[in-house]
Design a protein around this ligand. Structure first.
Ligand code: PLP
Length: 388
């Protein structure tokens, strides 16, 4: 039996939606790459999923701990506080801000809300796979457009790729490259895209970079939806908190797919405390940049190739089958990220602490000194690829 999930959703209405919409998250992608991933342990180095080894900042930790006693209540009032705080800090009206338990959900719902069989999703390549996987799951076509020579999203190529796209997905900084798509390109896309299409700008890693944020384009009522998350710089990936920022008419369409999703009381309290800490972004941006720069200098001194990044991860060219490198690193308890089919010899490395990066460097040098085994493939099938 063939099953058109979109028309099913449209006719079956709200209650059935949750059963049909699948979310894709970085942790799933990381796990799919290594189904045999060991339990987390502090004596191994996990630089495979773009997490923040620092965890929540002190203010967030204290707020989350004291929020535990409130977990018997739904405390929607705290969610309202979070909305108002974020809106006030970024010059938005509160109805333009909606929290979710992570940004993965509104990312998924945006694909369902703004694209369909006749209006494809256009993404960068290599790029974060969630939009493309969601499209495949929903029976929506998606088009991959290679990044430019400076590793930005090729906005002109993205417009040329489809005259009737429904959604353009851009992560800036990008996952996996950590490279920025300049704001001027986002503005060009908004001015030149087909009428009725939406730009989904994912600013998950914006705090690590010098990129100019684009929240004000939402405030100006442009056709843009911006995603933010507390999973990256704020170190709260396991707490689950993200925000979608959009015009109320676009927000309504996103909520029509996934509904209002309740966020854990602890995460909301932690998020409020993190936003109120005016030092955390600059402090953590600097720490990440220092560990990243130290690693880049070492890689350069050893003649290894990498793509310079403005985020907490970067692409490293192993110039050999990636599985051999990934498995050999894992044997040394250094768990690195995955490869993208478009760049079969590159692997994504998350920037850990300086100590973790020192361990990474020592192991990587040993692994690269091993003889090349040409029989090992470059890319393993992931679980998500298998069911998309
Ligand atoms: N967007 C990008 C570009 C990501 O890399 C990730 C996770 O790594 C997410 C969104 C989802 O993050 P979360 O659902 O934890 O907010």
């Amino acid at each position: 039996m063939t099953f058109d999930r979109r028309s099913f959703l449209r006719t079956a209405g709200f209650a059935s939606v949750a059963a049909a919409v699948a979310n894709f998250t970085e942790s799933q992608f990381a796990l799919a790459q290594r189904p045999d991933m060991p339990r987390f342990s502090r004596d191994a180095v996990f630089i495979n999923a773009n997490e923040n080894p620092l965890g929540p900042c002190d203010a967030a930790l204290a707020a989350m701990a004291s929020a535990v006693v409130d977990c018997g209540r739904y405390r929607d009032d705290l969610t309202v506080d979070l909305i108002h705080l974020f809106a006030e800090q970024f010059g938005l009206r509160p109805e333009y801000v909606s929290p979710y338990p992570g940004s993965s959900q509104p990312l998924t719902y945006s694909v369902w809300a703004f694209a369909d069989k006749e209006r494809p999703v256009v993404v960068g390549d290599p790029g974060y796979e969630a939009a493309g996987h969601t499209a495949a799951f929903a029976g929506i076509p998606s088009i991959k457009v290679p990044l430019t020579s400076t590793y930005a999203h090729d906005v002109k190529g993205m417009v040329a790729a489809s005259p009737n796209a429904g959604l353009y997905y851009i992560a800036s900084p990008n996952n996996p490259t950590g490279t920025v798509t300049p704001r001027a390109d986002v503005e060009w896309l908004l001015a030149n895209k087909p009428k009725g299409s939406i730009v989904l700008l994912d600013e998950a890693y914006i705090h690590f970079s010098d990129a100019t944020p684009c929240l004000d384009l939402v405030a100006q009522d442009k056709d843009i939806v911006v995603l933010r998350t507390f999973s990256k710089l704020y170190g709260m990936a396991g707490a689950r908190l993200g925000l979608v920022v959009a015009r109320p008419d676009l927000m309504k369409k996103i909520e029509a797919i996934g509904g209002w999703t309740f966020c854990p009381v602890t995460a909301v309290q932690g998020g409020i405390a993190a936003l109120k800490d005016t030092t955390v972004v600059a402090k953590r941006k600097q720490l990440n940049a220092a560990a990243r720069q130290e690693t880049f200098e070492w890689l350069t001194s050893k003649s290894f190739s990498f793509v310079p990044s403005e985020a907490n991860h970067f692409m490293l060219d192993t110039k050999r089958p990636t599985k051999q490198v990934i498995d050999s690193m894992a044997a040394k308890k250094i768990y690195i990220g995955r490869a993208w089919p478009a760049w079969p010899t590159h692997v994504r490395i998350t920037v850990g602490t300086r100590d973790e990066m020192a361990r990474f460097r020592a192991a990587f040098e040993e692994v690269m000194a091993q003889p090349l085994n040409a029989n090992i493939p470059s890319h393993t099938h992931t679980r998500t690829e298998l069911f998309s």
